[in-house]
Design a binder for this molecule. Structure first.
Ligand code: KG4
Ligand code: ZN
Length: 333
């Protein structure tokens, strides 16, 4: 089995994944949402201190689960990038201590790659080539994966999709994470406002959310605004933007005589139901099969890191105990 650790942001999580069958054998996650909520975003120092408390707590549970049979573990997979450095380092130190104590190899896993592998938890087959929309709190990207090589096709010029929901929620004086809060407010809300759709007249394959965020902010400064209707207008524009950029991507591929057979949406914000619906339509229009992770594996978790870890293990991509380091940003995969 692979023991995997995820601590790149505000979720502490450990998992065990079988190498042969890719089955998720153990999975535990402690979310820190309630600690960060009042600040409207993740406070790095709080996140780091909570990882230091919670990771050992979950490790104890995992030890109990294995009933002391630690020899079943063949490698430690650890998220090393991208993320908050003070959070990443907590997981890395635990991974190194375990690798040293149990004499096991380390596997360094990119968090975004982990999100892609959330599609394949509990299944052996990897679908490839695959086009991917990644929407999380830190990133908004279109990626292509082929033979486990990942290429960045498009990315955000400023804020990410999930982050824009977090900021919108904060501007309404509501909690963190903002995604589920805005989605809930928007549900059954009246249509009273229209907000601009970013880059609407541009042919650039890129994302942008800062203009929409500012338009939203200006509305919240009006007297007696309707928060639910505003949340609805915000969600509609943000999703329309994603839809239009992805449609442009499908058109580009078509113009190069390349069809997309499989299109996936991954990352914490892929839990958004209105986004799922809209992208389902787009995939139908282009005869592509839409792949989604189960809702429980959309947000950060160690199960996806373990699944990506199995791939790395089978390829023998082991990391050096002394040299392995964290990196807050991803430049390439
Ligand atoms: O992947 P994730 O758990 O953490 C990062 O890697 O960043 O994604 C968290 C992000 C947050 O910004 C959160 O507000 C957003 O995903 N999110 C959503 C929804 N659920 C979570 N955004 C929009 N709609 C949702 N239903
Ligand atoms: Zn994530």
């Amino acid at each position: 089995m692979i023991l995997s650790i995820e601590s790149s942001c505000d979720d502490s999580s450990l998992a065990l994944t079988s190498i042969q069958e890719c089955k998720l054998v153990f999975h535990q996650k402690i979310s820190q949402d309630s600690y960060h909520s009042r600040y409207g975003g993740v406070v790095p120092e709080i996140a780091s201190r909570l990882h230091a408390q919670q990771l050992p707590q979950i490790l104890q549970e995992l030890k109990n689960f294995l009933d002391g049979n630690l020899e079943a573990i063949k490698a430690i997979a650890i998220t090393t990038e991208p993320g908050l450095s003070v959070s990443l380092i907590e997981g890395l130190m635990m991974a190194k201590a375990l690798a040293l104590a149990l004499n096991l190899p380390l596997l360094s896993i990119n968090h975004l790659k982990g999100h892609i592998y959330s599609l394949f938890i509990n299944q052996k087959t990897i679908i490839s080539p695959l086009s991917i929309l990644l929407v999380s709190g830190g990133h908004t990207m279109i990626l292509e994966m082929s033979h486990s090589q990942i290429q960045i096709i498009a990315k955000s010029l400023d804020d990410s999709f999930g982050e824009s929901f977090d900021k919108a929620s904060k501007m309404l004086g509501l909690g963190y994470p903002g995604g589920p809060i805005i989605q809930e407010l928007a549900h059954d809300a009246p249509s009273l406002y229209t907000l601009p759709i970013p880059l609407q007249h541009s042919k650039e394959l890129a994302f942008s959310f800062s203009g929409l965020k500012n338009a939203f902010r200006l509305k919240t400064q009006e007297k007696d605004y309707h928060p639910n209707a505003l949340a609805k207008a915000f969600q509609e524009s943000a999703i329309a933007h994603i839809y239009q950029r992805c449609k442009l991507y499908f058109q580009h591929k078509q113009s190069q005589n390349q069809s997309i057979q499989h299109f996936a949406i991954v990352g914490g914000a892929s839990a958004n139901l209105a986004l799922r619906d809209k992208m389902h339509q787009l995939c139908q229009d282009y005869q592509a099969t839409l792949l989604l992770s189960p809702l429980e594996f959309c947000s950060d978790n160690a199960a996806m890191i373990g699944r990506a870890g199995v791939e790395s293990y089978l390829k023998g991509e082991f990391a050096s105990l002394y040299e392995l380091d964290i990196s807050p940003r991803t430049t390439q995969f």
